[in-house]
Design a protein around this ligand. Structure first.
Ligand SMILES: [Zn+2]
Length: 159
């Protein structure tokens, strides 16, 4: 007897609602996103710069310092290329999900990298955020559509 083809997916009416409690520390970061700011905070003990920042340093347990704005630029710290389709997917594969190390921060922020062919993305690629329109800004990382490569002028003709 031959086995039938496996059922790989099935539609299901199940839904789950989540309430994400950002906490007092990360709320600062999320409110910054609604103003197109990427806010960081430094630990006064170990000097680690968090973005997003918790209220307390996870290493020292000291309260992190006052928030300050980063430029928003950063570089790809690591990434993966999503090549497979799955139900509910927002973007058409292939696309890149990366950890971005923002300039001036010691932590990483996970986001999409677009406006570049996935096979050209590299660790160390300089990137900048592409913000949504004013009406779409929110206390969420969705205020950033994605990160894209920073295209520096190459010479006088390109300036
Ligand atoms: Zn610390």
């Amino acid at each position: 007897m031959t086995l039938p083809e496996p059922v790989e997916t099935m539609a299901s009416p199940l839904r789950m609602e989540y309430t994400f409690v950002a906490g007092t520390g990360r709320s600062v970061f999320l409110r910054g996103l609604a103003r197109r700011q990427l806010l960081a905070r430094r630990c006064p003990g170990c000097r680690m710069v968090y973005a997003p920042a918790p209220a307390f340093c996870s290493g020292c347990l000291l309260p992190t310092g006052p928030p300050f704005a980063l430029s928003g630029r950063g570089e790809v710290a690591t990434f993966c290329v999503v090549n497979f389709p799955f139900p509910g997917q927002v973007h058409q594969p292939p696309y890149v999900v990366a950890h971005i190390r923002l300039d001036g921060a010691d932590t990483r922020l996970q986001h999409l990298v677009r406006e570049i062919a996935p096979e050209l993305v590299r660790i160390g690629l300089p990137v900048e955020p592409v913000w949504v329109d004013d009406a779409e800004l929110d206390t969420s990382t969705t205020s950033i559509r994605w990160f894209r490569p920073i295209r520096e002028p190459i010479g006088p003709a390109d300036a």
